[in-house]
Design a protein around this ligand. Structure first.
Ligand code: FNR
Length: 195
């Protein structure tokens, strides 16, 4: 039997009412059979400090998340947008995950990564999604460009409890997640020996 496609999703927001975390939760309910979407967290990752890394090594939250991603078939970044770019807390987490540099290939190298996001504005994180591209290229990740999903005007897409209430967005999220999972399944078949 084929092992399930294992995806890890990260929300780039620490807010309890985060739209991006809500989008990740919605995606978890929509994955097709044979696909798992595990929510990782950046919550306990401190600000990057090279002195801390030198003296104490990686924080446990970083090591644990690195291992989770390294064991996954694909990574989904649910990115907010701040000032037309990547929010600092999210970039900071990825920066920690890229340490030490000798582990970059293990964590990110060739790993399929999908970027999607949600914002109350009219452009739905288009600029922060674009800002991820050079970062992912630098890390040697396989950015999936099969679909785009920029969830705009989130006030009408989620209810006050963070439930996705827009049927068109739900269908697009389902298509996005299934398409990415298919890509990850094919990528896995090309990189891992069949046991
Ligand atoms: C924002 N927001 C925002 N939205 C956007 O679409 N483009 C932007 O450039 C910005 N800039 C920005 C800067 C700062 C400092 C904050 C705090 C917010 C609004 C942002 O999309 C909104 O707060 C979202 O709700 C953040 O995502 P989460 O926390 O809901 O996932």
């Amino acid at each position: 039997m084929t092992a399930p496609v294992r995806l890890v999703g990260l929300s780039g927001s620490l807010r309890s009412g985060s739209y991006n975390s809500a989008l990740l939760r919605a995606a978890q309910t929509l994955v097709p059979a044979g696909v798992e979407l595990i929510a990782g967290t950046i919550r306990d990752i401190p600000l990057y400090n090279g002195d801390v890394e030198r003296d104490a090594g990686l924080p446990a939250a970083v090591s644990e998340l690195k291992a989770l991603i390294a064991a996954a078939d694909g990574l989904m970044l649910f990115t907010p947008e701040y000032n037309n770019g990547i929010p600092g807390v999210f970039k900071n987490a990825i920066d920690w995950l890229s340490r030490p540099a000798s582990d970059i290939a293990l964590v990110f190298g060739g790993r399929p990564v999908a970027v999607l996001g949600a914002s109350p504005g009219g452009f739905g994180t288009i600029l922060s999604q674009a800002a991820w591209l050079p970062v992912l290229r630098t890390l040697g990740a396989d950015h999936w460009a099969g679909e785009r999903l920029m969830v705009a005007r989130t006030g009408a897409v989620f209810d006050d409890d963070g439930e996705l209430v827009d049927d068109a967005i739900r269908r697009r999220l389902e298509t996005f997640t299934a398409g990415f999972a298919d890509h990850c399944r094919v990528a896995r078949a090309h990189t891992k020996p069949v046991s």
